[in-house]
Design a protein around this ligand. Structure first.
Ligand code: ATP
Ligand code: MG
Length: 544
């Protein structure tokens, strides 16, 4: 079935049909002031999606025009995350490489009588800007001569004036109903070292001036951005046209991705990092792409999620359970199954021999692969898979009852032992003969099937279980931080084959959840896993 097009594709198709463009060029323009998050994945999927669909190009352009908050650590992390998602950019570019050309454009505007140096303070500028219902007032410096403006602007660049003492403003219309058009500031004085240009510049262009120029310099055909820039589009067009780029790139806005219980602002995520609430930007609870990688999310599932959410023109909030659904669907198809016991007690099996079973890695895989699981007369089972005093409808082992051991026999209760606190230490059972799959008693009715680990051949491991960083609700983030977002199970045991796992290998630990080997798996003899998602869905795309 041919997929229907979204509104961005409709615009592009139109531009191709009428011959406005023969090649589509988009860009992904992150500001290197933090790590990429799931919202950025959405923008990446759209921009690189257009490149792929139209066999065009997509640039990775660092929007590094604001030196105060930017850093090389962020530049590097951004590249790594985009590659991890599986996208390839055509050119790696930096807005700061265009500072000279931007300066020339500003000079051009001055020469055209379309920009002036203003000596008002930022408060005065704000006070004179007017409101939605009242027009602004012209700056007393608005009618400076072109010569005076050229002189002052070059002296701003030369460092003759203090930070904040002067700005360059576009001369548009102080009575415009669009406040962005009321003589916006396009350059400011700022003595701040830049991560690439060092101390070469003490004036920096403002976003609304820099961005259309960056797009125009690169020959971007469609500049896709989020909805809050809709009101800036007239200024975007004004800058590009008056700087000599006509028609130049076209700005198209789409609704940013918002998700419940998820923070989607670099500023706030940075705060969580700086205040130590999480263990860095790649903490598995973070909605950053590096956090999701550490957690074990398959990149394909993230792309699938962005695809299914679609492109919209109106802001809305997406249920985070939808992302988890996509992750789970991917893992159900691709993750190998393994047996792990989170909170072990011993199971002693009278008269059992050592055995080895060949077990399928993943029943859903097209190509069957197998691994060995060993069995003996001493196993570990989950503490809550045996109960002395079970609640109604309990389906696992009880006093006098039977249960099936996955991939193995049905066993029948014989006795149990408790420690001095009355907690169960071990349960002794006997095998029902011929009850393995294919045996004459295999069809015997049992209520439950439980997983187990051979206590004579196992891997001690640590399981990290994560919950949302935010509690439900819609108050201030600070009041909604979830104190129980990370739980550690440090007495877990796994089947011994898990020793061969590699960092980031993903598993379904049967009856427990989907887990991923941590990035330093096996180092210093430590075998740890992050829970990616639980087994059960609270959301389903197929019957929503
Ligand atoms: P933040 O508010 O988190 O700092 P930002 O928009 O300032 O985000 P940028 O680095 O400027 O971050 O973003 C790079 C690109 O990613 C921009 O084109 C931006 O519109 C897009 N983007 C950022 N957040 C989202 C989001 N939640 N949904 C969709 N696109 C987004
Ligand atoms: Mg930004």
């Amino acid at each position: 079935m041919e997929k229907s097009t979204n509104f961005i594709e409709d615009i592009i198709n139109n531009d191709l049909e009428c011959g406005k463009h023969s090649e589509i060029i988009t860009r992904f323009p992150p500001e290197p002031n933090g790590y990429l998050h799931i919202g950025h994945a959405k923008s990446l999927c759209i921009n690189f999606g257009m490149k792929e669909k139209y066999n065009g190009k997509c640039n990775l352009r660092y929007d590094d025009t604001n030196p105060a908050k930017e850093d090389v650590e962020y530049v590097d992390s951004i590249k790594k995350d985009i590659e991890w998602l599986g996208f390839k950019w055509d050119a790696e570019l930096y807005a700061s490489d265009y500072f000279d050309r931007m300066y020339e454009c500003a000079v051009l505007l001055i020469k055209k009588g379309l920009a002036f140096v203003c000596d008002m303070t930022s408060e005065e500028i704000r006070e004179n800007r007017g409101t939605l219902t009242t027009p602004g007032k012209n700056s007393p410096y608005r009618d400076r001569s072109i010569e005076e403006n050229l002189d002052l602007f070059s002296r701003m660049k030369a460092g003759e004036f203090a930070d904040g003492s002067k700005v360059l403003r576009a001369k548009i219309d102080m009575a415009s109903p669009n406040i962005n058009m009321r003589d916006p500031i396009i350059y400011r004085i700022l003595r701040e070292s830049h991560h690439r240009t060092g101390d070469k510049w003490c004036i920096y262009p403002m976003y609304d001036f820099a961005h259309p120029l960056e797009d125009a310099f690169e020959g971007i055909t469609h500049s896709i951005c989020t909805l809050e820039f809709e009101d800036h589009r007239p200024l975007y067009d004004w800058v590009k046209i008056n700087c000599g780029f006509d028609p130049g790139p076209r700005q198209i806005e789409f609704a940013r991705l918002n998700m419940n219980r998820t923070i989607m602002s670099k500023r706030y995520l940075k705060k969580l990092v700086d205040e130590g609430f999480v263990d860095g930007w790649s903490d598995p609870r973070m909605p950053t792409l590096s956090g999701m990688r550490e957690r074990g999310y398959p990149p394909e599932a993230i792309r699938d999620f962005c695809e299914r959410v679609g492109v919209a023109k109106a802001n809305s909030e997406v249920n985070t359970a939808m992302l988890e659904f996509c992750v789970r669907e991917n893992l159900n198809a691709n993750a190998d199954r393994a047996m792990v016991v989170k909170d072990p007690i011993k199971m002693i099996i009278e008269g059992a021999d050592n055995e080895t079973y060949l077990v399928e890695n993943n029943p859903n895989a097209e190509e069957k692969e197998y691994h060995n699981v060993t069995f003996s007369n001493e196993l570990f089972i989950e503490r809550d898979d045996f109960m002395i005093d079970p609640p109604p409808k309990y389906k696992r082992l009880v006093v006098g009852g039977t249960v099936r051991l996955r991939n193995s026999y049905i066993v029948e209760y014989k006795s149990h032992k408790c420690d001095s606190n009355g907690l169960v230490e071990s349960v002794t059972v006997q095998i029902i003969p011929d009850s393995k799959s294919g045996g004459t008693n295999a069809g015997m009715k049992v209520k439950g099937v439980i997983q187990w680990v051979n206590a004579k051949d196992y891997l001690p491991c640590v399981l990290h279980e994560y919950d949302y960083l935010l509690l439900d609700g819609d108050g201030d983030f600070n009041d909604r931080l979830n104190p129980d977002s990370h739980i550690i199970y440090d007495k877990a045991v796994g089947e011994s084959s898990l020793k061969n796992a590699k960092p980031y290998d993903r598993f379904q630990f049967m009856r427990i959840g989907y887990y991923s080997a941590v990035s330093n798996y096996g180092k210093n003899g430590k075998y740890e896993f992050n829970r990616i998602v639980s087994l059960k869905d609270s959301f389903n795309f197929n019957n929503k």
